[in-house]
Ligand binder design. Structure first.
Ligand code: TYD
Ligand code: MG
Length: 455
């Protein structure tokens, strides 16, 4: 009998290699390569029509290709639509990731329940029993009559059921519980997750069904079986929050049908998730009096501005290697900024532990957070509060220059709307004369100017 072919697959990232090695060549993790038997191509897949999308088979010129906007339909949840880039797309596949208990199942159950009346949906649960889903639906007060549910973990059975029920929106909760009968490996293993997801994606594309896949996040913050899934789907959404907070942030990290980095905000209460329509100031904690180490900035997540507080604590260190801890901003960027501050602000903090935190569990990925981060650090270091009615934003260059950021005026308008009277901003972002609503805008070109303006 011919020896069956095997490959070695990394359990972390799903990369495969023909030989065993101690370290995965792709992601660099150790001891993650596991031997797997190569399964023959599934007969179902071979029988399906060619071309990933319906109507895409064969060579065409681009002129023959229809470039009409994808047909979108709203979900009834505006914050979700916003993150999706304007609603669901036929045949679009959305991966929803997040920690256990964050509210992924709740969000999707509410979503299918609120779909416009002419849309059919199918909610497939592999984690909870139908009774549990039913109890949750009752608690959420959603209309149970229109909702089709299925408890199933075999991907072949799920696709068969979907072919029969023909939903326009299909939810699979979660992809890690689903397995393919064609593979021997255990459910949840990378090859199973990949095969099951590939099968579902193929079905969604060919039938024009909008598909939601729920994915769990591992402790390291990556979707289990991660990269394979992120490549296969059109949209990757992360559902996240700070522990203890009732606010939930829905963030698009990849979107073939819209802008990435778009942010939706929900609040979780006894009756499920509520949309937060105007979230720009929810992360502001107003202190009674100015405190050192706190700076308010206007970030722009996706298409709207958000006011957030950056907090820093600088303390004498007892260690030879002082600690640098950054939550909500990139730690490497913080190190770089501190070096700039040392060189161009002539502030020495060698012997100091530095902690930086963005309030509310918000993550700032844009460079506009450079200047407020540094000013928060400096404020704590010198124990000098920044005035409470002042916002700061701007990118800091390695030469100590303050560089402009996109949408400066919109940020200023948002800050003015919430009662801020002063702003320290990059020179090129400053309006001529007064800012919106008579706001005093201090334009700065160099880091030293910003320091002089605030302290
Ligand atoms: P769930 O949707 O099950 O999370 P996930 O699918 O991401 O694991 O959410 C469960 C949590 O949400 C649980 O801790 C209870 C809370 N919750 C509410 O606070 N209110 C509600 O109405 C519901 C349904 C859940
Ligand atoms: Mg769940």
């Amino acid at each position: 009998m011919a020896k069956s072919r095997t490959v070695f697959v990394c359990s972390g990232c799903g990369a495969s290699s023909p030989k065993w090695a101690g370290q995965c060549g792709d992601c660099g993790e150790w001891n993650t390569l596991q031997e797997q038997v190569l399964a023959a191509a599934t007969p179902r897949a071979a029988a399906a029509p060619r071309g990933q999308y319906a109507g895409d088979a064969g060579v065409k010129t681009l002129a023959e290709v229809s470039t009409e906007e994808e047909a979108r339909f709203g979900t009834g949840l505006r914050e979700l639509d916003r993150v999706l880039g304007g609603g669901l797309v036929q045949g679009g596949v959305v991966l929803l990731g997040g920690d256990p208990g964050i509210g992924k199942s709740t969000l999707l159950l509410q979503t299918v329940a609120m779909l416009p009346g002419d849309l059919r949906s199918l909610y497939v649960t592999g984690e909870e029993s139908l009774r549990q889903v039913g109890l949750r639906a009752r608690r959420l007060g959603v209309a149970a009559e229109r909702m089709q549910v299925l408890a199933e973990t075999s991907v072949e059975a799920i696709v068969d059921a979907a072919r029969a029920a023909r939903p326009q929106v299909l939810v699979v909760d979660s992809i890690q519980t689903v397995f393919s009968e064609n593979l021997q490996s255990a459910p949840g293993s990378v090859s199973q997750v990949r095969e099951a997801a590939a099968h579902l994606v193929r079905y969604a594309k060919q039938s024009g069904t909008a598909l939601f896949l729920v994915g769990h996040v591992t402790k390291e913050g990556a979707l289990a079986g991660p990269r394979v899934l992120e490549h296969m789907v059109d949209t990757v959404l992360y559902f996240e929050s700070e522990s203890g907070s009732r606010f939930r942030l829905l963030r698009a990290v990849k979107n073939r049908f819209g802008a990435a980095n778009e942010l939706g905000v929900f609040a979780m209460d006894e009756a499920g998730l509520k949309e937060v329509k105007n979230p720009s100031a929810i992360f502001l904690s107003r202190h009674d009096e100015p405190v050192a180490g706190s700076v308010i900035t206007v970030t722009r997540e996706g298409s709207r501005p958000l006011l957030v507080e950056v907090q820093a604590l600088v303390a004498d260190s007892a260690m030879s290697n002082p600690r640098r801890v950054a939550l909500g901003v990139d730690a490497n960027r913080l190190s770089m900024l501190l070096a700039v501050l040392q060189r161009h602000g002539t502030v020495q903090m060698h012997g100091q532990d530095i902690f930086l935190n963005v309030v509310g569990g918000v993550r700032l990925s844009e460079t506009a957070s450079d200047l407020p981060s540094l000013m928060a650090v400096l404020s704590s270091f010198r124990d000098r509060p920044v005035p409470q009615d002042c916002v700061v934003f701007g990118e800091v260059g390695l030469a100590g220059e303050i560089r402009p950021v996109p949408n400066g005026e919109e940020r200023l308008r948002e800050a003015a709307k919430h009662g801020f009277r002063r702003a320290v901003v990059p020179y090129k972002n400053a309006p001529r004369g007064k800012g919106p609503q008579g706001m005093e805008v201090v334009p700065v070109r160099r880091l030293a100017e910003a320091v002089a303006a605030l302290f």
